[in-house]
Write a protein that binds this ligand. Structure first.
Ligand code: NAP
Length: 254
């Protein structure tokens, strides 16, 4: 990634599930553009390694906190530590998701349905409930949905439905949090990460997905970071309640 702009100078950004993949790239981008960044994920070791990587890239203000997004104490601690260290919150990127099963919806166990709802939707709401009192005028929230929220692949149908819920949540929260906080969403296409490896790791599947794009390639984590950074920045100061599909032209909607 290469950006010489400093749109987040003096801003404080929290990114959940940010020790690798899309979340890490978003944290990196915001940090390189001047933000103090708070990264988090479930595993202490991953958090420590990601903090070091960001520091090695010249990002000075980085805080790493262990936060499993479905753990209430972890969520509260994430917000508390951020405010203690940096004094405020300007940007929250809710990026965590689980996709524990490839079963069809009618075969998905109740415990899996609960987990999908809890991590992909409920935790995003609860973390914003904790963060809301600290969000000032001009703040911004980014939810991370998916192209699967528009057109779920059969191997991830119920996951796709939770991502559809985030599209509605974007609209609802944008109304609720206006005018001080803008709420927008990115819907990534297919990006080779650990999370997507069960699809993009398969050569035949990968070629098929590449063909579904207009740009003949899968997405990169930097593609997603650029879109999230735009929506979170003042460049998007008149945009709220919107979903930006970042999928290389894969069909999503009119
Ligand atoms: P990834 O590369 O596998 O990274 C997942 C990150 O989330 C890791 O840092 C992991 O660290 C952390 N994590 C996992 N479960 C967590 C939890 N319960 N609480 C907190 N942190 C957690 O995944 P990714 O592909 O970047 O996915 C990020 C987001 O993009 C997800 O919302 C996903 O639905 C969305 N998305 C991805 C794609 C794609 O093709 N990759 C497409 C559309 C949408 P720990 O193991 O240390 O927790």
């Amino acid at each position: 990634m290469g950006s010489s702009s400093r749109r987040f100078q003096g801003k404080v950004a929290i990114v959940t599930a940010s020790t690798q993949g899309i979340g890490f790239a978003i944290a990196e981008r915001l940090g390189l553009e001047g933000a103090s960044v708070v990264i988090s994920s479930r595993k202490q070791k991953n958090v420590e390694e990601a903090v070091e990587k960001l520091k090695a890239k010249g990002i000075g203000q980085v805080l790493g906190v262990v936060c499993h997004v479905s753990n209430p104490q972890h969520r509260k601690n994430l917000i508390l530590q951020t405010v203690e260290k940096f004094g405020k919150i300007d940007v929250v990127v809710s990026n965590a998701a689980a996709n524990p099963s490839t079963d069809s919806i009618l075969e998905t166990k109740e415990s899996v349905l609960d987990k999908l709802w809890e991590i992909n939707v409920k935790a995003a709401i609860l973390i914003l409930q904790d963060a809301a009192p600290h969000l000032n005028k001009g703040s911004s929230v980014i939810l991370v949905s998916s192209i699967a929220g528009y057109d779920p692949h059969p191997s991830m149908s119920m996951y796709g439905v939770t991502k559809t819920a985030l599209l509605g949540l974007t609209k609802a929260l944008a109304k609720e949090m206006a005018p001080n906080t803008r709420v927008n969403c990115i819907a990534p296409g297919f990006v080779p990460t650990h999370f997507a490896d069960f699809i993009t790791g398969n050569d035949t599947m990968r070629a098929m997905l590449e063909q579904k794009t207009l740009l003949n390639r899968l997405g990169t984590t930097d593609d997603m970071a650029a879109a999230a950074a735009f929506l979170a920045s003042d460049d998007a100061s008149y945009i709220t309640g919107e979903i930006l599909v970042v999928a290389g032209g894969i069909n999503s909607r009119l």
